[in-house]
Write a protein that binds this ligand. Sequence first.
Ligand code: NAP
Length: 506
Amino acid sequence: MSFTPKSKHLIAGEWLDGPSTFKSEPAHGDAFDYPVGTPDLVNKACEAAEGAFWTYGYSSRETRAKFLETIADEIEARAEEITQVGTSETGLPEARLHGERGRTTSQLSLFASHIRDGAYLDVRHDKALPDRAPLPRPDLKMVQRPIGPVAVFGASNFPLAFSTAGGDTAAALAAGCPVVVKGHSAHPGTSEIVAQAIDAAIRKCRIHPGVFSLIQGGNRDVGSALVQHLLVKAVGFTGSIGGGRALFDLCAQRDEPIPFFGELGSVNPMFVLPEAAKARGAAIGEGWAGSLTMGAGQFCTKPGIAVIAKGADGDAFVAAAKSALEKTASQTMLTNNIAKAFKGGKSRFDVHNAVVALLTNEDEGRKASPNLYQTDLEDYLKDHALGEEVFGPLGLIVRVSAAQEMEIIAKGFEGQLTATLHMEDDDTDLAKSLMPILERKAGRILVNGFPTGVEVADTMVHGGPYPASTNFGATSVGTLSIRRFLRPICYQNMPDALLPAELVIP
Ligand code: NAP
């Protein structure tokens, strides 16, 4: 099958050109020209989204559930093309693209059943108390309502599950919010095919076409115009701390500030407690190496730092991790810029005089092989930069002299998406002393597992204190993520004729 892109933006049902083009940079295969986005196109898309809100925001949950399921069907109908273009653009293997497509369509189906169920509306009712003294209580009802148009930034590291029809888009559409996507320039062809699937679903379900637009990137003006547009009411973002922070600041500086739900960076610390190290240090080391290098280390949940005590048990962990990493082949990184940023991050470790290189590799171009470094508590605490995320296959082991020193390290971490404990029953006292610290640091705490492979579920929290996310009350994965795009409204003494359907209690 040969792919020829439309090379257009999708703005409210129309496929439109831009004034100029940029060339894609595929890992292999043909490069194509795509249209550069502009603030004018952003304005057109946002106005159409606002127009759509007046019907879509008041549509039935069943209408929206069917729409989400139809998008999933239309994505499946384009499976072969998505895999072909996605692998070419990102360098990710076919199996990953298949798996990610499955995750994307099941997220859409999960949100369909979530809104059909209706519990997310959090309906509340305080009945009137006309005889209450000294003042009567009015009848009060509350429900969660959609907030209006939402801007979504496609993520470079999830071309499907966190891009055009990914988790942010699915949650916003489920809530009743039209979506304007700023496509990531790492995978414009994949974005275009998925936008075609959404366009087909809009037509089949007869939804207002302003409910979805895709503006391709190629120009920083697009992102800044989008987050500053008066009609946009919230933003979903996954990417770098620098880019995310710049966009977050723009959201905060608006005359009407809006929430910026950014998922930025995390090193996901892993603590190997003494009895676990003694019982199965080598097995944990091998497992860690697998998690560290999964997807070339380009997962936001990559466990980048392992903390373990000095001594023979810790040495067995280190030796097993190193041996497993030595056997791991080089992988292609998502973009030329990400590969360049990785090499920059790695070189900081290579020249650091307080870090010992256990395994280093130099690769050409977009390739990257595993790298492993070690330091101790004293040196680690001297340099804050050692605790920063390096996006790619690189791990740092921090050796402590006494297990209690793990508390000192834990207290020094910034906000994290995850924190992991490897423990046996006899480690429980130490684990208990770490838990209150980890609860203040991370959105998800795991025991005896690895954080890569995020379950899409009702209980999932993919967020955490800054810089893991810019909004610690929110998650970007799982059904709770719909709350980002809802606003509670209280209705006082309201006749049934004026109430949202869900509040009309028979
Ligand atoms: P990025 O540079 O933050 O870009 C993400 C999106 O935001 C892109 O659409 C980009 O537009 C836009 N953007 C960034 N800065 C902007 C600004 N100042 N004004 C307007 N728009 C802006 O992230 P990336 O391209 O995905 O990857 C770069 C680095 O981000 C990686 O090396 C890695 O360190 C980190 N990253 C982390 C995670 C994670 O999950 N923790 C995930 C992905 C990436 P353009 O495309 O036009 O630049």
